[in-house]
Design a binder for this molecule. Structure first.
Ligand code: ZN
Ligand code: ZN
Length: 605
């Protein structure tokens, strides 16, 4: 199993740990210390050795920051995690001032006097983050100061796990669609165009994409924790623990790059500083330590150039994504058929469903990882957007309830992410109506036509229109980008209120509108879609782009109120189901019960 169901939090551990941290802070003359949920690479997941926030506070969410002073401590989390933080952390030790980093500055200035030193680990915060915070608290006379040794690591001591040293594997050119040499040349072209002599890369998925490698250093993202420096001309340098490299992998990498230990990065950065040539660094993703090491004179702020290039999937990656979705669709169809039988008796629980789904994906014999912890929420648990089932929260799938399951797989040819909402027994009229409004939004995205330059923010309201007409909405974006056997959440594009990047052919996004009734049920319908090339539609005047839906799994017909759909929407769902029946039918041919279920589940509405 790639997923565990234990709740790791033990609120009682926090008090002695915070006390230990305070002693070390006093010895280092710092009045407050910041503990973010982050490592040097700013990914969504961190290795166990970087789970400092969890160790200190008990909070296990994927985003948050603790601030500890001599007397007070606070945990800052966003709206997704307020309930979880209160459950996992000791309220006698921590207060929960709420969301947004702006609150942090407020809290620090309220609790510290003029001249107080706020310490932070320069590797765990981005340059941009520190600049903003220094501005906010500097005005009030507080001093933000990087520490040479993280006091949390000292307090954690020998109990702290070793950093991961898992093997690097090569990602074949057949799958990547482009050799590392060519990708490096693309990045170099960008640097020359922008007048920069080097770029320092700190994001593992950028580095894995660039060098066509994958790893298993952290959960769910098949990446290698590493750094790289790419010069505008000449050989890149890759900073990776040599224990992770087999002779074959080292040999292959040495064709395109010079390999050094991660410990050599500091000295190399000092060299770059003395060279005095412009170095590109992404202030929103690179650690403050690197910005400081290079110095403001030579840092040329600019987005990691791999992000934009990686987002445009090439024909080999698109072909891989299609294949991965057929394999994954078959596993999901087997799962949904099983679910219908297993849930009937009212004795099936959320964890059993997760186990079964992972078992069916494993049976494809191509599963390398799951792409995130499966969200398996029955009834009211389905209304918690980032719900993660544990032994403590595990719930039966009750009759008359909705069951929401959001999951994904990492296959070598592609990453998947799919949500289906299933009626257990007979759904209420309200559930059906709201599920249909969500479906209308999903269809509006799937069928959208849009001109060049259209950004995700422009399309996001399409998915909400039907809900808005009924006075309803959902509090998350409609879609995120997704990697090619990389991160399940990948920029720069998104279909959301933050989606300021124009969509381009080759980008893959999710299409996942939802509706959540707190304490009752949640609905989400999620497919991945590929942005397809500009064509002039019949009778049209201007070239338009559109989406090809990649995910091929039936949408529960029991939750569709036919009368709420327009003719065009009915045509879409019927054509989609016909395609699912044909393509997935071929994949599950010979599995009689599955074929029978698929046939029934894809009948026209
Ligand atoms: Zn999802
Ligand atoms: Zn998603």
């Amino acid at each position: 199993m790639f997923q565990t169901f234990t709740s790791v939090a033990d609120p009682a551990l926090a008090a002695p740990r915070v006390a230990k941290l305070r002693d070390l802070m006093a010895a280092q003359n710092i009045a407050a210390f910041l503990v973010p949920r982050a490592d040097e690479h700013q990914g969504e997941y961190v290795p166990l050795s970087a789970e400092r926030l969890k160790w200190l506070t008990g909070f296990s969410g994927s985003a948050g920051l603790a601030a500890v002073t001599g007397r007070q401590a606070a945990l800052f989390v966003d709206g997704r995690y307020t309930i979880q933080a209160a459950r996992e952390c000791d309220p006698a030790v921590f207060e929960f001032p709420g969301l947004a980093r702006a609150k942090l500055a407020e809290w620090l200035t309220a609790h510290l006097g003029v001249g107080a030193v706020v310490g932070f680990d320069p590797w765990l915060h981005t340059a941009g983050e520190i600049k903003r915070l220094a501005g906010q608290i500097g005005k009030k006379g507080l001093l933000l100061k990087p520490v040479a040794r993280n006091p949390v690591d000292r307090a954690w001591g020998r109990e702290r796990p070793q950093p991961p040293r898992n093997p690097v594997v090569l990602h074949s050119v057949k799958r990547a669609g482009r050799t590392a040499d060519k990708k490096i040349a693309d990045v170099q072209k960008r640097l020359i165009a922008d007048g920069q002599d080097y770029v320092v890369l700190t994001l593992p998925d950028s580095i894995c994409w660039l060098f066509n490698i994958r790893g298993s250093d952290i959960a769910h993202n098949p990446v290698v924790l590493s750094f790289a420096i790419v010069p505008a001309k000449g050989r890149p340098e890759l900073f990776v623990d040599s224990a992770k490299l087999s002779n074959e992998v080292r040999h292959e990498l040495e064709r395109v790059a010079t390999i050094s230990e991660p410990g050599a990065l500091g000295a190399r950065v000092a060299n770059l500083k003395s060279e005095g040539r412009p170095v590109r660094l992404d202030p929103e993703t690179a650690p403050y330590a690197l910005a400081r090491g290079l110095g403001p004179k030579i840092v040329s702020a600019g987005a990691d150039p791999c992000i934009g290039l990686k987002a445009l999937k090439n024909p080999a990656e698109v072909a891989g994504a299609r294949k991965a979705h057929i394999r994954d669709g078959a596993a999901m169809v087997r799962f949904l058929r099983w679910l219908e039988g297993a849930a009937g008796g009212g004795r099936l629980d959320e964890i059993t469903a997760v186990r079964k789904l992972e078992e069916l994906r494993t049976a494809t014999r191509h599963l390398r990882e799951i792409s995130f912890d499966t969200i398996s929420g029955s009834g009211p648990n389905g209304a918690i957007v980032h719900y993660r089932v544990t032994e403590a929260t595990n719930r039966l799938l009750g009759r008359g309830e909705l069951f929401l399951i959001d999951s994904g797989a990492q296959y070598e040819d592609g990453t998947t992410d799919i949500t289906r909402t299933v009626a257990i027994g007979t759904p209420s009229e309200e559930m059906k109506e709201r599920a249909t409004l969500v479906l209308k939004g999903h269809i509006a995205i799937a069928t959208a036509r849009f001109p060049k330059g259209t950004r995700g923010i422009d399309l996001d309201p399409f998915a909400r229109r039907a809900l808005w007409q009924h006075g309803l909405d959902y509090d998350h974006g409609t879609g995120h980008g997704i990697g090619s056997y990389l991160s399940v959440h990948e920029g720069p594009q998104s279909i959301s209120r933050a989606g300021m990047v124009a969509l381009e052919p080759g980008m893959i996004c999710s299409n996942e509108p939802g509706y959540y009734k707190a304490g009752a049920y949640g609905i989400r319908i999620e497919n991945l879609v590929l942005v397809t090339g500009a064509e002039i539609p019949d009778g049209g005047e201007r070239p338009m782009m559109g989406f090809e839906t990649l995910t091929l799994v039936p949408i529960d017909r029991r939750l569709i109120a036919r009368s709420l759909l327009t003719r065009e929407e009915r045509d879409w769902i019927n054509a989609y189901h016909a395609r699912v029946r044909e393509v997935i039918g071929e994949e599950v041919a010979g599995e009689e019960d599955v074929v029978k279920w698929l046939h029934a589940a894809t009948q026209p509405v």
